[in-house]
Design a protein around this ligand. Structure first.
Ligand code: B3K
Ligand code: ZN
Length: 880
């Protein structure tokens, strides 16, 4: 690596910048190997004058430095270890001009300015701007940007940057230019530039104050017909943010550009969002319902950042959740309004429980506001994003919708145009609520998942229900001892017939929000006429684990009758988990797996339920995820978890074959595909039925007629949702038929990169024997490249992070494969390499033999002489 080795940096060491940059004028002359960047910074001291000016700059060639238009001699500055330090500056405001040359074509890290399919684009968050020019690359330096982009007229007919187009013209030498001005001061991580041969679709949005905003989506020509859904999603998001949060858009144009090579989902650059094409492009025949929903959610997320992130930004990167947690909360609320509130809540809680809890329990565990980091890119995590959103949601639950909205208004009013901290956000909520939230703020500073132990005792004479709740949080890297958290516990009660008992809640009389703040606390609910069944932690009101010994009968009652849809779903999950764990014990002892008839009974009821939302039923039909099951075990046995779950699915498919087929056929429809919440829910339930019907048992047996049903749906389906679902089940049921269909699928779609990703996912996710060999073969297939993050995620992450039984094969071959891939990727794209490592960080959760095998690979990686900061941090923390 050419970049300097980074040290761990600490939140407690924060100091304000020595200089501010009020304006920056950029001139970027594009060339694939030698792009010339001239940046003029209007600087002024932020307090004491005469200090050296320290600018960040990496992977660039420094050509020239000027102060107040006079070139500096080399004794006035130094450029080493990614820092340009300028001395002898005047006491008054001054300008610094820096000329650099960079190589976009050689940029495989996809950070800074790079080429994707021959088009120029940028990614600056978190610290990529320093790979474009020298600048104080920290979010508390906010500047007004004017950007002139110069490019070849044929190669780059389109030249874009942030803000409004203020000038453009021909340079007479085959090149042309465009000048963009963004009037809103912003940190440099929000800078963007795009240039190339792109087409666009256009529409508009009229804001509530009647301003007309020009909306454009730029894509490669072959994708022009795939942007309609994204455009509608953008318009919906703009309207929703006005209605729900009173936030109006502020520039005359809003542009989205879709590129194939992108390290994550998308980026909220001011007025010029750059997107992974996965989150823009959709046609019924190429994208699934899940893709459609993802596009709507990510478009909304990036749009919402315009206020939560851009207008109000982060003071430093430790505050990342200030914008990310809040914006995820906002996009979750948006999607809940677009699809179904309960289904969205279940999806989000599932992410927390299956993945974020695991992060909390691993070596990379960190609080929502990390106290330190080596490489900030390693902290774009489920904790910062999704747990951060849960923290906001707890505030929302505590304050109630109106007070929370007032808190948001205060936050926008106080901090518009500023770079602030999570404390500033909480202070705005405190101002709205009129109460302090000191204890609540521990959610920002303490890592780990609190575990609640609950005991319920009913006293018939006193008509009292006593709930004893104790909280405990396991130690993590930043602290061994945890102070108790402050959290809302939404609770309801059901009588023995399943009717809800009124308990005098503020919002609805059936749900009461108790506040837990002590290590252990006693809540007395009075006027309870009969011994109730407790519906605890309704709507997943806090991101915690719960240990509460409820009987199978109580859980069945909740599963059938709870008015809280989340807990209705969760009761089914808990029952399923109980039966699965019991059979995992038997499996490990070599006994045959049996299916509990109560589970069959519960699922039969779901299949006959015509009243509930099909999307909800589809979620309720699913067994707990392998991740969630594994987390309940002291030592994860990935093969046992997979095998028992798989056998359950097969046995359910047999026991309910008639019911599943009936519902499957009843849910068929001749209407052409449309992406609506109702249609998507119907398809999800129908495909959920098909999944059980096509689940082979552990000896690989499956009724050929059922396999044929899957093949038929694949062949006749008119949309990707149905075709891909059928293909997935066939691929995992029968190797020969699966291989034949995969070949057919590839032949049909090999020119569409996003569909090729699905083909790779199908291969990598296959739970039949021999997958690792096939995955290895695919790493040299012409349809795969290590240079494209989507391809890497589809093949390598799918295999290593989701195909547990194959990846964790006892011989350790999966671990060697992953280490080899990480080592190779680290030379190309450190961010992606570090992400791929995640499965190896969990080594302590497995048996002694696997621990040795995984550690061997971590040690092998850690011993390499040249390693990126990204990978080094993850390896070192994992082995510590
Ligand atoms: N803010 C970007 C993520 C940037 C990641 C940098 N490694 C996308 C988002 O969260 O909206
Ligand atoms: Zn975001």
């Amino acid at each position: 690596m050419v970049t300097a080795i980074k040290k761990e940096i600490f939140l407690k060491d924060y100091t304000p910048p020595a200089y501010l940059v009020d304006r920056i004028d950029l001139r970027v002359e594009l060339d694939p190997q030698a792009t010339r960047v001239r940046a003029t910074l209007s600087c002024r001291a932020n307090g004491q004058t005469g200090q050296p000016l320290v600018l960040n700059g990496k992977r660039l060639e420094l050509v020239r430095v000027e102060v107040d238009e006079t070139e500096l001699t080399s004794d006035r500055y130094s450029f080493a270890d990614d820092l340009l330090i300028i001395l002898g500056l005047p006491g008054r405001p001054f300008t610094v001009t820096v000329e650099t040359v960079i190589n976009p074509a050689g940029n495989t890290a996809l950070e800074g300015l790079y080429l994707s399919s021959g088009n120029y684009c940028t990614q600056c968050e978190a610290e990529g701007f320093r790979a474009i020019t020298c600048f104080p690359d920290r979010p508390d330096v906010m500047s007004v940007f004017t950007t002139t982009v110069v490019g070849d007229k044929t190669a780059c007919p389109v030249l874009l940057a942030n803000g409004n187009l203020v000038d453009s013209g021909d340079l007479g030498d085959g090149r042309h230019y465009a000048t963009w001005h963004d009037p809103f001061p912003k940190p440099c991580y929000l800078f963007a530039l795009v240039a190339g041969n792109l087409v666009h679709i256009r529409d508009s949005f009229t804001t509530r104050s009647s301003r007309i905003v020009d909306l454009r989506i730029y894509v490669e020509e072959r994708n022009q017909d795939k942007c309609g859904h994204a455009m509608r999603a953008l318009q919906k998001a703009m309207r929703w943010d006005e209605e729900r949060f009173g936030r109006e858009y502020d520039l005359d144009t809003f542009m989205i550009v879709a590129v194939d090579d992108f390290n994550m989902g998308a980026m909220e650059n001011k007025g010029l969002n750059v997107f992974n094409s996965k989150y823009v492009l959709a046609l019924p025949e190429t994208a699934t319902d899940v893709d459609y929903e993802g596009i709507e959610g990510v478009i909304a997320h990036e749009y919402f950042h315009n206020w939560t992130g851009n207008r109000i930004t982060c003071r430093d990167w430790f505050q990342l959740s200030l914008k990310e947690g809040l914006t995820v909360f906002r996009d979750q609320e948006f999607t809940a309004d677009m699809i179904s509130r309960p289904v969205k809540r279940i999806q989000d809680a599932n992410i927390i429980r299956s993945f974020q809890f695991r992060e909390d329990a691993g070596p990379m565990a960190h609080p929502v506001r990390p106290p330190s980091f080596v490489e900030i890119n390693n902290f774009y995590t489920l904790t910062v994003y999704n747990k951060g959103a849960e923290v906001i949601r707890m505030l929302y639950t505590l304050l109630g919708p109106q007070t929370f909205r007032r808190g948001m208004d205060i936050y926008f009013e106080r901090h518009d145009g500023q770079a602030v901290t999570c404390d500033d956000f909480v202070a705005a909520m405190e101002a709205a609520w009129g109460r302090e939230l000191d204890q609540f703020k521990r959610w920002y500073s303490q890592a780990g998942t609190p575990e609640l132990t609950v005991e319920a005792t009913y006293d018939p004479a006193a008509r009292h229900l006593v709930l004893e709740v104790a909280q405990n949080c396991p130690p993590t890297r930043e602290a061994a001892e945890k102070e108790p958290f402050y959290m809302p516990l939404a609770v309801g009660l059901l009588d023995e017939t399943g009717r809800s008992l009124p308990i005098g809640g503020a919002v609805d009389s059936a749900t009461r929000t108790l506040i837990l703040s002590e290590r252990s606390q006693r809540f007395v609910l009075d006027e309870i006429p009969t011994k109730p069944t407790v519906s605890f932690l309704r709507n997943f009101s806090a991101p915690v684990k719960v240990v509460f010994a409820q009987s199978d009968e109580e859980l069945s009652r909740l599963m059938a009758h709870d008015t809280d849809p989340f807990n209705r779903w969760d009761a089914g999950q808990q029952l399923g988990l109980r039966y699965l764990l019991a059979q995992i014990d038997r499996f490990q002892n070599g006994d045959a797996i049996e299916l509990d008839q109560r589970l069959v009974h519960g699922l039969r009821n779901l299949l006959a339920d015509d009243d509930s939302d099909p999307a909800f039923l589809a979620m309720a039909l699913l067994l707990p995820t392998e991740n969630w099951i594994g987390q309940q075990m002291t030592t994860i046995d990935p093969v046992a978890v997979f095998s028992v779950r798989q056998q359950f699915r097969a046995l359910i498919g047999r026991a309910l074959c008639a019911e599943l087929q009936t519902r499957y056929h009843r849910l068929s429809s001749d209407a052409p595909y449309r992406y609506t919440a109702a249609d998507a829910g119907r398809r999800a339930l129908r495909n959920g039925c098909l999944a059980y019907l096509l689940a082979p048992d552990l000896s690989g047996l499956l009724d050929p007629e059922l396999l044929a049903l899957g093949v038929q749906q694949y062949r006749t389906g008119d949309n990707m949702t149905d075709r891909l679902a059928a293909l997935t089940y066939v691929v995992n049921a029968d190797l020969d038929t699966g291989t034949e269909l995969l070949t057919d699928f590839h032949a049909q779609w090999r020119h569409d990169p996003l569909v090729v990703d699905k083909w790779l996912i199908l291969h990598a996710g296959c739970t039949l024997p021999g997958t690792l060999d096939r995955v290895r073969g695919l790493t040299v297939h012409p349809s795969f490249t290590h240079k494209n993050p989507n391809k890497v995620r589809s093949l390598i992450a799918t295999f290593c992070a989701t195909n547990h039984s194959q990846f964790h094969a006892a011989d350790g071959a999966g671990y060697v494969f992953l280490a080899d891939q990480v080592i190779l990727l680290d030379t190309l794209n450190p961010q992606i390499a570090a992400r791929m490592l995640a499965p190896l960080t969990q080594w302590r959760r497995y048996d002694a033999d696997r621990q040795v095998l995984i550690r061997e690979q971590l040690t092998r990686i850690g011993g390499l002489p040249s390693l990126s900061n990204d990978v080094r941090e993850v390896v070192e923390k994992s082995l510590a």
